[in-house]
Write a protein that binds this ligand. Sequence first.
Ligand SMILES: Cc1cc2nc3c(=O)[nH]c(=O)nc-3n(C[C@H](O)[C@H](O)[C@H](O)COP(=O)(O)O)c2cc1C
Length: 168
Amino acid sequence: MLDVIANRHSLRTYTDEKIEWKKIKVMLGECMQVSSYKNSNYWEFTVEDKDLLHKLSKLHYRSSHISCSNICIAVLGNRDRFIKVGKWVQGLGSCTQNILLEATNQGLASCLGGVFPKTKRVDYVREVLNILENLVPYALIPLGYSDEEFELVNRFNKYKIHINLYEK
Ligand SMILES: Cc1cc2nc3c(=O)[nH]c(=O)nc-3n(C[C@H](O)[C@H](O)[C@H](O)COP(=O)(O)O)c2cc1C
């Protein structure tokens, strides 16, 4: 597990190799294991593997890499299951992180693309993927195999940790 966390990295170039569907199924299964407010399971997903990847890549200036991904998962929140204001955001963050970690575990490259809370991005993804009004596009996760090389960075900083009282 520690290896997977340390090796997770945003990679934005992908080869043409197809991702096996069973890998996606495992990933989404793991998403649905995350904690949610009063077990309200407010997540839904769309999995795009065709022409719309190009349209999704036009989301904003830092999403062009989506067009060369093999699959793009959209993580969505289901308003009908939002029991309390704002709680769903944390749950979908956990779902998203599980996808990124399971992708790394399976040897796949990924790079999170933020959608919510920017209204323009939410509306764009809704339109491209034909998403119903009760669902809120939260994040896009393009996936693929990659040849890209990267260096592991250790971001540990002891000054970020405060034991008991906050110290400057
Ligand atoms: C909420 C969020 C939104 C992000 N949106 C984008 C994005 O739109 N395009 C992109 O290329 N990277 C995006 N990233 C990836 C970050 O740029 C990346 O995680 C950061 O540079 C650290 O690099 P690492 O993921 O390799 O550790 C996003 C990350 C987060 C957490």
